[in-house]
Design a protein around this ligand. Structure first.
Ligand code: CS2
Ligand code: MG
Length: 410
């Protein structure tokens, strides 16, 4: 029997920080998993090195479900982003190994292809309407068939999710996380935002028409009532979804929003188990599951969430920002291709440096992503090059109200 012989954790920073788990079997087969938790990277490194890797050595790499249950139930301390990112990395690396052992891309092991490609959405943003239009046009020129819209808010400074204005053809990346010993602080004003956003969507619809699927991320900043007001005011502009309108911890908050607006709702990038979705799914309070494979315990666990969601006609819209490594992105794409209730996939192209460290085989053509047909996940990790990009602490920003500096949800 082949066994897990070695497991190593690598940290690299080709523009932003990534944590990667590499598992090697006694037959010399290797598998990769993404363990990146933006701004809290080293906690997952410690969890893996100190508590998980010693338990993996000698186990059968083929028994993915048993290993998942062993790590989840065995720890006693269940759930949480650090635990579930660590378990996800193991799970994804074992799927990669199983693919290589069987000579199949992972999506074949998940039931095969349900579609020819995964519809992707890109991030357009701008400090004003003209620069937003340029950014949208850039994305259309790159082939995107669905676009997320974020804009600055008059009277506020830098708003998270709004990139510096783009020259045509330039790669979008708002978030090479701001490198400093402490997080940068941004200011916020929900009233100004609620007053401004509908006019942005009106302008975009007037210029680009009603066919283009448009998305928006509220980044957990609203109360249920404010979210209901926004959802209603955006109804004329027929959004594909309104994401993270309220803080994620309180599932019941979405009842109020749902009862007030037909704007489709998506949530879940900060969720880490099926229990974060239980009320949302059984009461059909959302339309899209926003989880990342990387933060939800891996392919095995997210597949189960999606099968549960399918019963309630809820679809996927997996998290795919640049702080998910190309390994995590590839894992999401295999699931996207396999499940029946796929909805859309977030896609921000990684930097050239990142794509040199992680050699990927996924493709983006005609608005659709495909994981490729290489055995396993189809990603190679260049350890030597990775080691030349040293880890630097980097944090997500903190949000304070402009009026009086109160720390705000975001
Ligand atoms: C965003 C992300 O992609 C999204 O929808 O909300 O930029 C998110 O803030 C980061 O991935 C957090 O690490
Ligand atoms: Mg988001």
């Amino acid at each position: 029997m082949s066994t897990i012989e070695r497991a190593e954790v690598f940290v690299t920073s080709p523009g932003r920080n990534f944590v990667t788990l590499k598992i090697t079997t006694s037959d010399g087969v290797t598998g990769l998993g993404d363990a990146t938790l933006n701004g809290r990277e080293l906690s997952v490194v410690a969890y893996l090195n100190e508590h998980i890797i010693p338990m993996l050595i000698g186990r059968d790499p083929q028994n993915i479900e048993d290993t998942w249950q062993y790590l989840y139930r065995g720890a006693y301390w269940r759930r949480g982003p650090v635990t579930m990112a660590a378990i996800a990395a193991v799970d994804v690396a074992l799927w990669d190994i199983k693919g290589k052992i069987t000579g199949q891309p992972v999506y074949q092991l998940l039931g095969g292809a349900s579609r020819t490609g995964a519809l992707a959405y890109g991030h357009a943003s701008g400090s004003d309407i003209p620069s937003l239009f340029t950014s949208i046009q850039n994305h259309l020129d790159q082939g995107f068939k669905a676009i997320r819209i974020q804009t600055a808010v008059p009277g506020l400074g830098q708003v998270y999710g709004v990139a510096s204005d783009q020259a045509p053809g330039q790669r979008y990346d708002y978030e090479p996380a701001k490198r400093s010993a402490v997080p940068v602080e941004e200011e916020w004003d929900t009233t100004a935002y609620l007053n401004h956003l509908p006019s942005v969507f009106a302008a975009v619809r007037e210029k680009f028409g009603y066919e283009l699927p448009l998305l928006h991320d509220g980044h957990h900043r609203m109360t249920p009532n404010q979210a209901a007001i926004l959802g209603k005011s955006l109804e004329p502009y027929k959004l594909f979804w309104l994401e993270d309108c309220t803080p994620g911890e309180n599932q019941e908050a979405l009842r109020r929003v749902r009862s007030q607006t037909t704007t489709p709702l998506a949530i879940g990038e900060v969720f880490n188990t099926v229990f974060d979705y239980q009320t949302l799914i059984t009461e059909q309070l959302i339309d899209y599951v926003r989880s990342a494979v990387t933060h939800t315990g891996g392919i095995s666990a997210l597949k189960k969430i999606m099968d549960f969601a399918a019963i309630y006609q809820i679809k996927s819209g997996f998290h795919g920002p640049t702080d998910i490594s190309p390994v995590g992105m590839a894992a999401a794409l295999h699931l996207d291709i396999a499940i029946h209730n796929f909805g859309i996939q977030e896609y921000m192209k990684h930097s050239a440096d990142t794509l040199e460290v992680f050699e990927t085989s996924y493709t983006f053509e005609n608005g659709l992503l495909h994981p490729g047909t290489n055995p396993g996940l189809g990603v190679e990790y260049n350890e030597e090059l990775a080691a030349s990009f040293e880890y630097t602490p980097a944090y997500l920003p903190v949000n304070r109200l402009k009026l009086d500096g109160t720390i705000h949800d975001w």
